[in-house]
Design a protein around this ligand. Sequence first.
Ligand SMILES: [Mn+2]
Length: 273
Amino acid sequence: MQFAFVVSSGLGYQIPNLYQTEDSFEEFRQALKCLKENGFDGVELNLHFDNQRLLARITDFISDSGLKLAAVGTGLLYGRENLSFTSPNQKKRAKAILIVTRLLNFASKFKAPLIIGSVRGEADTNNGRTRLRDSMIACDSAANRYGARIALEAINRYETKLLNSASEVSAFIQNHKLDSTGILLDTFHMNIEEQSIEETINTFRSKLVHFHIADSNRWPPSYGHLKLEEILRQLANLGYVGWVSVESLPKPNSVEAVKATAKFLRSHSLMQP
Ligand SMILES: [Mn+2]
């Protein structure tokens, strides 16, 4: 099991103007340094563009940091650009699929999964479900071409009406024969949607391609009431050797969130001292 931390303009280590100003690149460098110094193996990014010059620059920053790229998130395509797989606007749907496809190619070079979370959109209508299906079939076949993997996340009902539970995500993958797509489980969402986090992990372990942790209140581990150490031990005991990414709110602030998580992981012997 390897540990990563999300660096984004939203959740995780927060850099509000990330990739938009020169100053933000210096903040990005500091964030990566902070993760490395605190014992993390990798970084998870949230990208909402396919600008090759920017992607090359980001690649250089990561390789200089000594960290690995754990995963590429795509939620900002919706959150910031209002592009989604279920948008009623055909051009916006096509643009979402195009950028995700190019990011799949990018992620595949690092053997990092590409996350499909809130870029799905929110609308649970017949049209919305059809559009989601068609978009996911297109992305899955692109992933197949690139040898990339897609991690389709179960997201709680207050953020989207589409694919809230692990069993819904699993059935969706199976029904549409998405061979390059697996499941992303997130402790914050599971705590809201699942009857039992432990049973959910047991049931879907074989389809799991990525894992997010945050405490019950979406603060970093140890600030809420989830038994995250038990959840992580269960994952390890089941032979999960993929990434565990911290996707918490930047509370009390970004640096403290990183330090508190490292302290928590070390106190349970989940991270090397
Ligand atoms: Mn998540």
